[in-house]
Design a protein around this ligand. Structure first.
Ligand code: ADP
Ligand code: MG
Length: 303
């Protein structure tokens, strides 16, 4: 496992920001850390990267306990903080050379060239950071996080404040990087998770409320499978009801039906076959699902 978080609790004074949080992330995985503002995402990420300590629990990264391996851990992790802290008066290449010095990167010139190309900063490499657009500043932050070739990448809201084109570019970049590393990225946007993450961990008020693949999460919240089917011509509801696995049929009009069926039972082909047998045809067939946006709202707005 690349990241193992066990029963982490964090308090700021009297306020509990994290309560008994546990999860893991494995190599090659892009994990979305999703939650509304104030849920505890940044706090968790600061603990994983060793910037602040937890009050209780433990965190290990690449098999090393974070609290007792501060220096070693920094070499294993690339971190893009929420307020991407850049030196605006420095030039892009100058800044990356400075960071390479901190990490004591050997043949740093080559490595910087490689990273500049990877994150798409070739045209901006000789510009002042302060003169760059928000999207390009994020790329500099990503370049910083990637320079020492860490195994684990922690990205705190990497796409916040980007316009739709920049968003797309940074998402593609993260996907590309994620193929070889363990990536954990926080966001308060569900679509972001759907677009790039293999798995989602939903946090609300300092507690984990879901941890699953995006697909499983959807199945979990849609236990009863529902299909809306429209036939070309009217058809009797009894005929549909006879299909094995169908638990309930609602007639929306003489041609359109809402079909409930047992989970993991495929009834689509039977509906098509029924249409053929009845000299009818299927005009449209659509699965009704609660989308992930709805699931997120349901999980994060109660109490
Ligand atoms: P998120 O990143 O999900 O928006 P944070 O981890 O930043 O959430 O914050 C979680 C909670 O902890 C919030 O209620 C926030 O106000 C509080 N908090 C965060 N940092 C501090 C701090 N340094 N001192 C006091 N409270 C803090
Ligand atoms: Mg935050």
């Amino acid at each position: 496992m690349s990241i193992v978080v066990e029963n982490v609790t964090k308090k700021y004074g009297e306020q509990k920001a994290l309560s008994q949080v546990s999860f893991t992330a494995k190599p090659g995985e892009i994990v979305g850390f999703l939650g509304p503002n104030g849920a505890g995402k940044s706090t968790m990420m600061k603990i994983i990267t060793g910037f602040i300590p937890a009050n209780e629990g433990s965190v290990s990264v690449c098999g090393l306990d974070v609290s007792s391996n501060q220096i070693k851990i920094k070499k294993k992790i690339g971190y893009l903080a929420e307020q991407n802290p850049l030196y605006y008066d420095m030039f892009v290449r100058e800044y990356l050379t400075f960071i390479a010095g901190i990490f004591k990167i050997s043949n740093s010139k080559e490595r910087i060239n490689e990273i500049i190309k990877l994150v798409g900063l070739s045209l901006e490499q000789n510009k002042k950071i302060g003169a760059l657009s928000k999207g390009y500043k994020q790329r500099v932050g990503l370049a910083h996080a990637l320079l020492h070739d860490p195994e684990v990448l922690i990205l705190d809201e990497p796409t916040t404040g980007l316009d739709p084109n920049q968003l797309e570019e940074i998402r593609n970049l993260i996907k590309k990087i994620g193929a070889q590393k363990t990536v954990m990225l926080s966001t308060h946007i569900m679509q972001e998770v759907e677009a790039i993450c293999d798995r989602v961990i939903i946090i609300n008020k300092g507690e984990i409320v879901a941890n699953d693949s995006t697909k499983n999460l959807s199945n979990l919240f849609n236990p009863n499978s529902v299909i809306v089917v429209e036939f070309e011509k009217a058809i009797s509801i009894q005929k549909i009801n006879q299909i094995v696995g169908i638990t309930k049929v609602e007639e929306l009009n003489s041609k359109t039906f809402k079909v409930h069926h047992k989970p993991k039972t495929e009834v689509k082909n039977d509906l098509f076959n029924l249409a053929i047998a009845e000299n009818n045809s299927v005009e449209s067939l659509q699965r009704e699902t609660k989308n992930l946006e709805g699931i997120f709202k349901e999980l994060t707005t109660k109490n």
